[in-house]
Design a protein around this ligand. Structure first.
Ligand SMILES: C[S@@+](CC[C@H](N)C(=O)[O-])C[C@H]1O[C@@H](n2cnc3c(N)ncnc32)[C@H](O)[C@@H]1O
Length: 483
């Protein structure tokens, strides 16, 4: 049965949550940071102890965050003006006094409505499971450019989390999903948060055929495997990395000129095949594209991770059978690994669109969204100034430092590695040679690049101008040289 949380029920739930203090801050306030962190690690006891005497808020925490059964009187009291029979009919709570849905505070006094995960259900999730806010959702939200725009499409909205974030910078939001259940829960999320979102049901881009958006975000069902759908939230029904390929190919057609699309995506790694060539081949012309590979998983790690994600024990008979079938599929396709990362696309209409595929596999803290906006700006600047780069007075920002590693030799310490680090954003690093280090030392905003190259030629005999321009372009894209 698809849960139907009416506008009236959501308004009453919202009021009850605000009255009890069932908000992100309220929950941390009662639990304390240690019990809250323990709950995040799947260790509920410290939280259970901390909210023992917390009244209505304690009831809501036990009900929705700990999965406990609560006495009827306590549930009635915690839900305030909500009629308990309505809450049961809408699957918010069960007749046994347990949560029927996962309704939890999220970020700035938002709530997200989703299905109970396998831990709270106590078993594997069904095929039409609607995922709550997971690592992938948060990764995409943090990697999304947040400049004010008029229209945004959230493709595959699920519980509605990307659209929630979009509500901070977009005037008009459209969210689609193939799953009627997902749309019902997303609708409840938007009603609880008093956010107006157009909801459309259908496969991929079909519900928005012929329309254009200023921005598109998509956390697709990108799991790589045979062409079948075990779980709607993660399986596309397309073979291998077909879902990522199809979205990258089609998304630009739904962008307004200059519009930006961002998605999470996966791509297979085959022996002798360059992943960058593979993902480039998915692109239509006239699109700036930035593929950032965050990680590569080998087939064993990949299969184990996704079995556990669905609540399937890889040691169980079901787990072993699924693992074998999946690993056979990887082996038959010659697939050695699965790359995963972020894709940023901009419709430019320009014949010399920029496509960059790069690894970003070290740990960093800053969200990638501002960097994505900056990357797009830097790429546009480079396109506009391609003919005048040599006349540009560049500056190395203060956040960029040079690390030198030296080895002891006959004549004392001799530098063996020179590495440029950006200390903010994603912490880009570039290994450079001695002449480049000298060139960058001169980039103080005073002399044009051509003068610095002339000085370098004087010191070193000759310089390769084309190679210097290639390095300069790379550094500009990474925000390590500014004009
Ligand atoms: C990984 S979930 C992402 C949910 C949410 N946007 C987030 O960021 O957490 C993928 C979503 O895509 C939806 N989906 C799966 N197949 C689809 C298809 N063929 N067309 C449209 N949406 C689809 C699923 O129902 C699910 O809600």
């Amino acid at each position: 049965m698809v849960p139907d949380l009416s506008a009236d029920l959501c308004a009453r739930l919202r009021e009850a949550f605000l009255t009890a203090g069932y908000t992100a801050d309220g929950v941390v306030g009662v639990l304390g940071t240690q019990a809250h962190a323990a709950l995040g690690r799947g260790e509920p006891e410290p939280a259970r102890r901390a909210c023992r005497d917390a009244g209505a808020l304690g009831t809501l925490i036990r009900l929705f965050l700990l999965g406990d059964a609560e006495p009827e009187a306590a549930v009635r009291a915690a839900l305030g003006s909500v009629d308990l029979a309505d809450a049961v009919a809408a699957s918010v709570v069960t007749p046994a006094g347990r949560a029927g849905l996962d309704i939890r505070p999220y970020e700035d006094d938002w709530w997200v409505v989703a299905d109970l995960d396998s831990e709270l259900r106590g078993g594997a999730v069904p095929a039409d499971h609607v995922l709550g806010v997971g690592h992938a959702s948060i990764n995409l939200a943090r990697a999304t450019a947040r400049r004010p725009v008029g229209t945004l499409l959230d493709l595959g909205t699920g519980c509605g989390v990307q659209a929630l974030h979009a509500s901070t910078h977009v005037s008009s939001i459209t969210a689609t999903d193939v799953s009627g259940r997902a749309l019902a829960l997303a609708r409840a999320t938007f009603r609880l948060n008093e956010i107006d979102v157009e909801l459309c049901e259908g496969e991929w881009f079909a519900p928005v055929a012929g329309r254009r958006f200023d921005q598109v975000v998509c956390n697709p069902p990108f799991v790589v495997g045979p062409a079948r759908v075990d779980y709607t939230y993660r399986d596309s029904g397309l073979d291998g990395d077909g879902a990522s390929a199809m979205i990258v190919r089609q998304l630009p057609g739904f962008l307004a000129e200059g519009g930006v699309g961002q998605l999470l995506a996966s791509w297979v790694h085959r022996s002798g095949e360059d992943w960058a060539e593979r993902v480039r081949s998915w692109l239509p012309p006239g699109v700036d594209a930035w593929f950032v590979q965050r990680d590569i998983a080998d087939p064993a790690l990949y299969v184990g991770t996704w079995l556990r994600d669905a609540g399937i024990d890889p040691r169980s008979a079901e787990g072993r059978a699924k693992a074998n079938a999946w690993l056979d599929w990887f082996a038959a396709g010659g697939i050695e690994g699965v790359g995963f990362g972020y894709v940023t696309l901009r419709r430019t209409g320009s014949a010399d669109a920029e496509v960059v595929c790069e690894d970003l596999r070290h740990a960093y803290d800053d969200p990638l969204g501002p960097e994505a906006s900056r990357w797009l700006d830097n790429v546009a600047w480079l396109r506009d100034h391609d003919k005048s780069l040599l006349r540009t007075r560049f500056t190395v920002p203060e956040t960029v430092v040079l690390e030198e590693v030296s080895a002891a030799g006959e004549e004392g310490w001799a530098p063996v590695v020179r590495r440029l680090h950006r200390m903010d954003g994603p912490g880009w690093q570039h290994e450079i040679d001695e002449p480049t280090a000298k060139l960058l030392a001169g980039c103080r905003g005073a002399l044009p690049l051509e003068d610095l190259l002339a000085l370098l030629a004087y010191a070193y005999g000759e310089v390769d101008t084309e190679e210097a321009l290639r390095v300069v372009r790379d550094l500009v894209r990474h925000g390590m040289l500014t004009a």
